[in-house]
Design a protein. Sequence first.
Length: 286
Amino acid sequence: MKIAFVTCERLPDIHDDDRLVADALRRDGFQVVAAAWNDEAVDWRQFASVVIRATWDYHLDEDRYATWLQRCTTEGINLWNPAGVVLANIDKRYLAGLAEASVDIVPVEYVECGRRESLVKLLDRRNWTHAVVKPAVSASAFGTWRTSLTTAAADQTQFDEAATQRPLLVQPFVDEIVTSGEWSIVFFDGEFSHAVLKKPAAGDFRVQEELGGHGEPQHPSPEIVEQARRVLSHAGGPLLYARVDGIERNGRFVLMELEINEPFLYIASSSGAAQRFASAIARTIG
């Protein structure tokens, strides 16, 4: 049986971390190939299972990506995670919906594309001394930057320019990312697999490895794992994989993002993670 790991034309090959999973699947008798979501020549119907993995340019052409996801549904492609769940997760305004469902999240202010908003007044109204601005649809910290009450007036031009191009999110800066780190807690088929604690490079706030951040394997408490697991129940459908990102504050888990589209899963950081993921993928084939 053939399984596709979905990549993108900019990075068409299976990532080294995911190759560990592909190798485990091949040992179990499956054929695994890379296929770019934006390659119009791919016939997705040939695959027994299609697993979104490294579609890391989707935010640069989100409408086309949404169309591809919808087409997978129309054609009955065995896509994981499911298209409807992914579509609901692409725009980070989903965080507001989770907050309404009583999930503990980092607060968020949503700014519609084209809306004029005083950054000073926004921060003052929310009582945020320091904040982070990011596109509502983004990946790998694309378009993400810091501001503060002190610099907001000078940052207004940058803020206005960003808001003319795409919807934005503004959130208070979370000190724990720098002091304690940000958890990435990984689940396969709803079951906890492993976790890493990520920290930014000195002087930065972004934890992505390509920006100098680093993640170390760590074991969160059972209470933190259970709180992270509860977030999955609000995803709106079954999940093959999920990475639940957040910080620990006074013994509770505070969600930053529920990553169910194309998260890096830190497979190499945990013994057995590749086989656990491979086994979960094999179960998607009916």
